[in-house]
Design a protein around this ligand. Structure first.
Ligand code: GTP
Ligand code: SPV
Ligand code: MN
Length: 624
């Protein structure tokens, strides 16, 4: 150890940037630890966006898209090793392993803190440290959570401006809460959640930078008891935009269970019936299983003619709480959509295409010769030549995909033509139905309704989906993904099920529960259901069931619509015979389903609420 000199350590502390003493202290400490060249407090202004995007264009991180085709929009190409969330590097550091539970990776908190302190020492050398004040949820909502992300990535700073409320107005609110100038509107008044992020690529003086700095050693770490997030090594999506999965799901799920609310991986959609009635539903589907698509669905022509409409409140995360009116209310904590690009096209997702017309950041899509973006499925015919997501020349016959399968767009929600007028209402929107679903090529019918709340929780808890590129595992195998929260529940999954069951007590007007499957296949591997806009037909039955306005008949697994109660106007090819196959109940498949669910029940046995064991028994009894 060299002798400690009084002058050898000169922490770069600027004049106080905030009157929030605890925040200033944390930023000063992180500055001393990470030793960035400069510290910038983000104000969230247009001028700041212009400066940072131009800076990234200069450095090669961003390509400015042709302003005539895609104004104020940019393409980023990440390093091929940094293209998605890294579940195997995601940790929940609670005091006891039991609190994280068998579905999470646990690590002892003090040890992890020491390990990360080492990683962050000097990690921002040669870079700018951005201090990003942000708020998840409308600032005046009781559930709103203020966070401050410290990051050495300008990509993170500009992406956060799209994805959440970000900048001086959030910092001012936090300061006013501490000084007493702001009335108490949100729980956690005066408090913020510290989110520390580094790409883990310090720059020696004079060394050349890469266009997507990151580190092969990645850590996405959550301390649920102290409500802290530390992320190291990745610059991509949910690994780096810490307000999203880390705060709004993993940390928020911990806060929610203590304060009788729910943080869920759900879309929120509004359905406007011809009589003017509006019904809001939430739906939990695993990653890349169609949440964005359902939230921005355009009903078929026959429905539009009859006066049906849909509107979106959120496409990925819902925070729900028992409102004073006795109903579950929901807010979307985000202000942008971070959607999967491949497969998105004007013929299937026109609303998504309209939303990303400008002010959008694209990551890992292809660049056309005209300076616009392209990805697989965007147009019926591929362009003759593009630059692919790795920066290489690409032609349709080259044998590679032009865009990465998890290429994404980050677009402001306000640009969505069907954004719901209530989407920023601090009071949220009342929820009448909760929908679960996944990719199930067999077994699961197009739609069924659960018998009651506890059966609904069982249906959500036993949800599964066929493995896709988004989930690590054997492609084709069913992965159990309870409530689509497997990678996002920040505590013991069994305790999470108990919390769901308990929430019923706080409500006097209960939402109805449903399960849908857009992905059932024929023997020849073709989808039995056309999906996309046609999903409106299923939503119509769901909405009417929520209000007791549609018939259904009781089966072994739940309530289902009869063919004559299912609207097929304007869908001539969809015969009763095909409907029956899409809705079919196959006893052998359900027996296999019960066995497969049993594996998950064994894994979760220690904390599994007995109601769910009984629900499984009841299902077995109905099948026998
Ligand atoms: P995350 O953002 O990862 O949480 O996912 P998400 O649930 O929002 O997924 P997204 O909507 O981006 O999923 C898109 C994928 O689902 C694409 O491959 C779509 O083609 C497919 N998809 C969406 N809706 C339907 C549908 O109704 N039928 C079929 N067959 N595919 C669909
Ligand atoms: C998901 O994987 O469910 C996403 C994308 O919504 S990310 O924000 O990268 O986690
Ligand atoms: Mn998601």
């Amino acid at each position: 150890m060299p002798p400690k000199s009084r002058f050898s350590v000169v922490p770069m502390i600027s004049f106080p940037a905030t009157s929030h003493a605890a925040l200033q202290k944390w930023v000063d400490e992180m500055t001393s630890l990470c030793t960035p060249d400069t510290v910038e407090w983000c104000d969230g202004s247009q001028a700041e966006w212009d400066r940072l995007t131009s800076l990234m264009v200069e450095k090669g991180t961003f390509t400015r898209l042709n302003p005539a085709l895609r104004p104020n929009s940019f393409l980023a190409r990440s390093t091929p090793s940094d293209v998605a969330r890294v579940e195997e590097r995601t940790y929940i550091c609670s005091k006891r392993p039991d609190e994280a539970g068998p579905t999470n990776r646990w690590h002892e908190p003090a040890e992890m803190r020491a390990l990360l302190t080492d990683k962050f020492r000097g990690s921002m050398k040669g870079r700018t440290m951005y201090v990003i004040p942000f708020c998840m949820g409308p600032l005046d909502s009781p559930l709103a959570k203020i966070g401050v992300e410290i990051s050495d990535s300008p990509y993170v700073a500009v992406s956060m401006r799209i994805m959440c409320h970000m900048g001086s107005h959030v910092l001012k609110r936090l300061e006013d809460e501490v000084s007493g100038a702001s009335p108490k509107k949100r729980d956690g008044h005066g408090q913020y959640i510290p989110c520390l992020h580094s790409v883990g690529a310090p720059l020696e003086p004079g060394a050349a930078d890469t266009t997507w700095p990151c580190n092969d050693d990645k850590y996405i770490v959550h301390f649920p008891e102290s409500r802290e997030i530390i992320s190291y090594g990745s610059g991509y999506g949910g690994n780096a935009l810490l307000g999203k999965k880390c705060l709004a799901l993993r940390i928020a799920s911990n806060i929610a269970r203590e304060h009788q609310w729910m943080a869920e991986h759900m879309l929120i959609v509004g359905i406007h019936a011809p009589d003017g009635a509006k019904t809001y539903l939430t739906a939990a589907f695993p990653s890349a299983c169609g949440k964005t698509n359902l939230a921005i669905l355009i009903p078929p022509q026959a429905y539009l003619d009859a006066g049906w409409k849909t509107s979106i409140v959120g496409d990925d995360i819902a925070w729900l709480w028992p409102h004073a009116d006795g109903k579950l209310h929901a807010i979307n904590p985000e202000t942008g959509f971070f959607g999967v690009a491949p497969g998105t096209a004007y013929n299937t997702n026109p609303i998504a295409m309209e939303t990303m017309k400008q002010n959008t950041i694209f990551t890992n899509v292809a660049l056309t010769d005209e300076g616009d973006v392209w990805w697989e499925g965007m147009t019926p015919e591929p362009p003759a030549h593009v630059i692919d997501w790795t920066g290489r020349d690409w032609t349709p016959d080259c044998g590679r995909t032009a865009a990465h399968a998890n290429a994404r767009f980050a677009a402001p929600a306000v640009q969505c033509p069907t954004i719901d007028p209530e989407w920023q209402n601090p009071d949220g929107v009342p929820i009448d139905g909760i929908v679960f679903g996944g990719r199930r090529p067999t077994t699961m019918p197009l739609v069924y309704q659960a018998f009651n709340w506890s059966h609904g929780v069982y249906v959500g808890a036993t949800m599964g989906s066929e493995m896709t590129a988004a989930a690590a595992g054997t492609i084709g195998k069913v992965r159990r993904d309870p409530m689509a929260m497997l990678p996002f529940c920040g505590y013991n999954m069994g305790g999470y099920f108990s919390h769901w069951l308990e929430m019923r007590r706080y409500l006097t007007s209960l939402p109805r529960f449903f399960h849908v499957n857009w992905f059932r296949k024929d023997a020849d591997g073709k989808f039995l259901w056309p999906g996309f806009g046609e999903n409106m037909r299923v939503l119509e039955w769901i909405v009417k069931r929520c209000h007791g306005e549609a018939a259904g008949y009781e089966t072994q697994i739940g309530w289902t619509p009869a063919f004559e109660d299912f609207n097929t106007d304007g869908l001539p090819g969809f015969t009763e015979e095909i409907y029956d196959r899409a809705m079919a109940f196959d006893r052998a498949e359900w027996k296999a389903e019960l066995v497969s669910q049993g594996e998950m029940f064994i894994d979760l046995y220690d904390h599994l609420p007995k109601e769910l064991i009984f629900q499984r028994e009841l299902l077995a009894a109905r099948l026998s």
